[in-house]
Design a protein around this ligand. Structure first.
Ligand SMILES: C[S@@+](CC[C@H](N)C(=O)[O-])C[C@H]1O[C@@H](n2cnc3c(N)ncnc32)[C@H](O)[C@@H]1O
Length: 214
């Protein structure tokens, strides 16, 4: 396993439970973009959104960015032409940062929703045509059980792309979780690939794309 060196990352990977996550991101929200994109070489949002955009035809249907944080994936979705993007996150401080993000046509996100992916989200079944989740299936944040809740809010035939930090993919049993979702008739993996994630830390991720069962 890659040794973690950056103290901010050490703290981020050591959290556990919603209260610790909220505390972490309350303290980190203002510096998050600078620390991740600048210092740690965080490239996952653009990579994951490119995979998602290459698989999903059409740009008008509603998309949700789950664990949106400050909005890096939302910006990437808008750049790829998606016109209706909502964001959801556990941290009100990260949502406040996301609210400030804009693109050529206005705010990046149509709606920003506070919710906990380890519980039931305040979102209707089948509400979205697609979902992306970047950087949230990782150490101390959300485990494979959270995949089911993302699938619940995406309509049949829709698409879900998630990143899973390499450090938890095998340790937390993602292959088994994905196989169980397929066996239950909920979704099938249509693309899985290794990708750069935090390049200056030498940390990679799996980018997994699922088609929601029709
Ligand atoms: C590493 S950040 C990634 C943010 C953004 N997607 C990005 O790529 O920059 C992880 C995000 O997941 C959110 N998060 C952690 N646990 C969560 C949960 N149980 N439900 C919803 N969001 C959660 C955090 O608040 C944080 O904004």
């Amino acid at each position: 396993m890659t040794e973690k060196k950056d103290p901010v990352l050490e703290r981020a990977y050591a959290v556990g439970g919603p209260d610790a996550v909220r505390d972490l991101y309350r303290d980190w929200a203002a510096d998050y973009d600078h620390d991740t994109v600048g210092r740690l070489g965080y490239v996952a949002p653009r990579i994951a959104v490119d995979v998602f955009a290459d698989h999903l035809a059409g740009r008008e249907a509603p998309i949700i960015d789950v664990g949106c944080g400050t909005g890096l994936a939302g910006v990437a979705l808008r750049t790829r032409g998606f016109r209706h993007v909502d964001g959801l996150d556990l941290s009100p401080d990260m949502l406040a940062e996301a609210r400030t993000k804009t693109h050529a046509e206005g705010p990046v996100y149509d709606a920003l929703i506070e919710g906990d992916l380890t519980a039931r989200l305040p979102v209707d079944d089948d509400a979205y045509a697609g979902a992306v989740s970047v950087g949230t299936f990782t150490h101390g944040h959300v485990g494979p059980a959270g995949l089911g809740e993302v699938l619940r809010i995406v309509r049949p035939g829709g698409l879900v792309t998630v990143t899973v930090n390499d450090g938890v993919y095998d340790a937390e049993g993602y292959d088994a979780a994905l196989a169980a979702l397929a066996a239950a008739g909920r979704a099938t993996v249509v693309d899985t690939r290794r990708a750069d994630y935090l390049v200056k830390e030498g940390i990679g991720a799996r980018v997994v794309t699922l088609a929601v069962a029709a």
